[in-house]
Write a protein that binds this ligand. Structure first.
Ligand code: SAH
Length: 204
């Protein structure tokens, strides 16, 4: 997976490649899907949600331009796979999920089964961010909404970077990288992508 799907397609960040090599992706999907877990495609998880294709996870991690020890907020914990990759990159991870069933299942996997007790998990509407723990050096949103939530822009640190799929059509977005300089946010488009809905007060 790492050589053919990631390194060969332009993922050069060594911290990302190492993390993707370390995290056992098959443990984040149902046992029936274990044989296909490392294939070049997204896979279903519970509650009609998906775990992104390995390349998409790696690309987002690389575009974050994160350094060890940084505080990162992930919106859309889902299976917990991306949170584990971010943790293996040496980041201090806060991750928010809105669906109770996924939150409970993933918390059990990440902590009791995999020992990631330092990933902080929350059950809430991530479009509102995590005011109590802000600001964040990096924010990564794993679901697509119609606009960039103001709450997330506000909770991004000065000189922070955010990645978010944005689009006014469902299941078709542009991957936007936001650079915050002082209080001004500059946006950069990284092409079309497909994420599940970002559902919430500042989402769908
Ligand atoms: N990063 C995940 C991807 C999960 S798919 C992984 O590695 O598996 C996106 C997730 O975003 C879904 O679990 C969905 O329930 C969640 N989501 C959608 N809107 C949300 C919101 N407002 N707050 C928190 N999570 C949200």
């Amino acid at each position: 997976m790492v050589k053919e799907q990631l390194a060969a397609r332009g993922i050069t960040d060594q911290a990302v490649l190492r993390a993707m090599e370390t995290v056992p992706r098959h443990l984040f999907v149902n046992e029936a899907l274990h044989p296909t877990a490392y294939e070049d495609r997204p896979l279903p998880i519970a509650c009609g949600q998906t775990i992104s294709q390995p390349y998409t996870v790696a690309l987002m991690c690389q575009l974050l331009m994160a350094e060890r020890g940084m505080k990162v907020l992930e919106i859309g914990t889902g299976s917990g796979y991306q949170a584990a990759v971010l943790r293996e990159m040496g980041l201090n991870v806060f991750s928010v999920e809105r669906i109770q069933e996924l939150y409970t299942k993933t918390k059990d996997l990440l902590t009791k089964k995999l020992g990631y007790y330092d990933i902080q998990l929350f059950l809430s509407d991530g479009t509102l961010g995590l005011e109590l723990f802000a600001p964040f050096d990096r924010i990564i949103v794993a679901a697509g909404g119609p606009t960039i939530p103001d709450a997330l822009k506000n909770q991004l640190a000065k000189n922070g970077i955010m990645l978010i799929p944005v689009g006014c059509e469902r299941m078709s977005q542009n991957l936007i990288r936001v650079f915050k300089s002082g209080n001004v946010c500059k946006e950069e488009n990284h092409g079309t992508t497909t994420f599940v809905d970002l559902v919430g007060k500042q989402g769908w």
